[in-house]
Write a protein that binds this ligand. Structure first.
Ligand SMILES: *Cc1c(COP(=O)(O)O)cnc(C)c1O
Length: 456
């Protein structure tokens, strides 16, 4: 086994195709439904907001989808990303486990999100689109898309969840440096935003509301499309570069994953790491444990219902079969803004439902405790979102200390936390509160949803 701290791949080893797990799912993915008819959404209905190429990927039955050369060229600015062996963290934990992390924080925007932002900007440019509209929570996706659109000569309009806009002014400035225009959502620019403000002028906003605004902007402008940073099949597809590289790197290190861990907001970084490994598990070639981690304040997979729901608050999107807290969910203002979405990727939910993937939830304080231990041993300050994965990986390593098992634990380091100092400040001065989202609020939010058969 390699004694390296860092396992790097040559640029030539950058994957040439993304991996699509759809044809291999133990239970087929339920289609998105048109809420007006209850019928599966047709490609034509998606054309107002997405280019044909991405719609085809959304529904593709091909296992491998070639990465276009211009996309690979941009990837090469930071990919292949390094896989680290967290030797200092292992020592601090006195664990016999081997802990690796795939560092997606080395991208220009500081997270995994450019993996799909670059692809989406490229395909929209090819389709003749001039502007992309999107939402952003913590600002990671908005900055990734602003970066990507600037490279392909498109403009970018970002609806940023108001609580994050106020908490994270530097993310907003970063987007502006890359040429993006940024508005605190809810805004008075869209019907969806105006409706929320009429009901609650002090609304903190939510990802669901911001999605409604961006979708409406795209649907009402001919030259404008919509881009989503997580949840959709094509986003998870683009993120599989993470797992494909990690597989090669583990081979180089002479190791094999026993446990995979990642944080889940909409499910893209986690799925990007895990999907290539989940394929082996489905085929009976591996017994790897795959664990996703979410906050107890937004417990979509651990407490949500598995049923059809809208992807946004206003109910403009198709209905998707997923774990959901109800599309009217307005989460408390916790710091891991990127994990505050009411639903999760239908593809990930399908794999959780069929038992390929397990889910757990943590409150904020133990998550930040893990983040600080990581920073003090491995040096890198993680994003609050990423710190959920670190907490999960550390707890797996502590279990190994107790049982003496020498497991190989791999987690996705989805991004750095250089723009999250206010959150660290709150943790260090003891003012972070743990919050468990109450079950009755979930049931209340779900009671008005139209019911459709779930297929399982
Ligand atoms: C956006 C974000 C997440 C959550 O999104 P997923 O789609 O679940 O990956 C996690 N970590 C970081 C650093 C992010 O920016």
């Amino acid at each position: 086994m390699s004694d390296n701290y860092k396992i790097v791949l040559d640029e030539k080893e950058l994957p040439t195709a993304w991996f699509n797990i759809m044809p291999e799912l133990p239970t087929p993915l339920a289609p998105p439904l048109n809420p007006a008819t209850g019928q599966p959404v047709t490609p034509d209905e998606l054309k107002v907001i997405f280019p044909d190429s991405l719609i085809a990927q959304e529904m593709s039955a091909e296992t491998w989808i070639e990465i276009p050369a211009p996309v690979r060229d941009v990837y090469k600015l930071w990919r292949p990303s390094p896989l680290y062996r967290a030797r200092n963290l292992e020592k601090a934990l006195k664990t016999p486990a081997r802990i690796y992390y795939k560092n997606e924080g080395v991208s220009p925007a500081g997270s995994h999100k450019p993996n799909t932002a670059v692809a989406q900007a490229y395909y929209n440019k090819e389709a003749g689109i001039k502007r992309l509209a999107t939402e952003t929570g913590a600002g990671q996706w908005g900055s990734a898309l602003s970066f990507a659109t600037s490279l392909f000569g498109l403009t970018c309009t970002v609806y940023m969840v108001k609580v994050s806009y106020n908490q994270k002014p530097y993310r907003k400035i970063l987007m502006q440096v890359w040429g993006g225009e940024v508005f605190p959502s809810p805004t008075d620019r869209t019907n969806a935003g105006r409706a929320i403000l009429a009901k609650n002028p002090d609304s903190n906003g939510s990802l669901g509301i911001a999605i409604s605004e961006a979708v409406e902007d795209a649907a009402t402008h001919e030259d404008t499309n919509y881009a989503l940073g997580s949840v959709l099949n094509h986003v998870l597809l683009h993120q599989t570069v993470i797992g494909l590289e990690t597989k090669k790197q583990l081979e180089l290190a002479g190791d094999k994953a026993d446990v995979l861990v990642g944080c889940v907001g909409g499910g893209s970084n986690f799925s990007g790491l895990c999907i290539p490994f989940a394929s082996d598990k489905i085929k009976g070639k591996s017994k790897v444990d795959i664990i996703c981690v979410e906050p107890t304040s937004c417990p979509t997979l651990t407490k949500g219902m598995y049923q059809y729901d809208f992807g946004d608050t206003a109910g403009l999107t198709p209905l998707m079969l997923m774990h959901t807290l109800g599309h009217t969910f307005e989460p408390p203002g916790i710091h891991a803004g990127g994990l505050r979405y009411h639903g999760d990727a239908p593809l990930l939910c399908n794999l959780v439902k069929s038992g390929v993937i397990a889910a757990k939830a943590y409150p904020q304080n133990p998550v930040f405790k893990a983040a600080v231990l990581f920073a003090r041993t491995e040096g890198i300050v993680p994003a609050p979102e990423t710190s959920h994965a670190i907490r999960g990986a550390i707890d797996e390593a502590i279990k190994c200390r107790e049982t003496g098992e020498e497991k190989c634990i791999v987690f996705c380091f989805s991004g750095h936390g250089h723009f999250d100092m206010a959150a660290y400040n709150d943790y260090l001065d003891g003012s972070l509160v743990d919050y468990e989202y109450p079950e009755d609020k979930i049931l209340e939010a779900l009671k008005d949803l139209p019911k459709f058969p779930t297929g399982i």
